[in-house]
Design a protein around this ligand. Structure first.
Ligand code: AMP
Length: 174
């Protein structure tokens, strides 16, 4: 029987040495381009959280695509977490370390109603720094993390260790 993990595996493309030498980029545009596969993945995520979340957060930029589709499927709203300087309103921001250098992401101060339950979505969980920073922003903005869901988890980078106590789910682990 074909599983959702099999489907995801068959629709990811490896791009070696992107964006820097030595990195194998896991490109999910083939999954996005396949309507039935995209629908299956979106419904799989939505089913897991139906009734348990109030808002879906998407992390710039590939997380936006999934988050909007899942939010639509669940009939709830979507909040973007963006790279610094992109959101027009008043923001909360946080910096975190990357392999080389740092990154900064932001969310609108008034993005959530206090106590709302939030699902955080991204395409890939790698070192976990981005997801951990996103969760921190959501909580500083007054909402609760109900779960973190990704299409692919690169387990050798131990991203879950940066998300202690969080409910983390990946459709495919490598
Ligand atoms: P992280 O190291 O978990 O903070 O990942 C940083 C961001 O880069 C996340 O939004 C991931 O989606 C993305 N990312 C990291 N490594 C990869 C990879 N090998 N392929 C595709 N996206 C990646």
């Amino acid at each position: 029987m074909r599983t959702i993990a099999d489907l995801v595996r068959s629709r990811l493309r490896d791009v070696p040495d992107f964006p820097t030498p030595g990195v194998v980029f896991k490109d999910y545009t083939p999954l996005l381009a396949d309507g039935p596969a995209l629908g299956e993945v979106v419904r799989d995520i939505a089913t897991r959280y139906a009734g348990a979340v109030d808002v879906v957060v998407g992390i710039e930029a590939r997380g936006f695509i999934l988050a909007a589709a899942v939010a639509y499927e669940l009939g709830i709203g979507m909040v973007p977490i963006r790279k610094a300087g992109k959101l027009p309103g008043e923001t909360l921001s946080t910096s975190y370390s990357l392999e080389y250098g740092t990154a900064e992401i932001e969310v609108h101060t008034d993005a959530f109603v206090p106590g709302q339950r939030v699902l955080v979505l991204d395409d890939v969980l790698a070192t976990g720094g981005t997801a951990a920073a996103a969760c921190e922003l959501v909580e500083r903005a007054g909402a609760l993390i109900a779960g973190v869901d990704v299409i692919l988890e690169l387990t050798f980078l131990e991203g879950r260790s940066r998300l202690p106590g969080r409910a983390v789910h990946a459709m495919l682990t490598l």
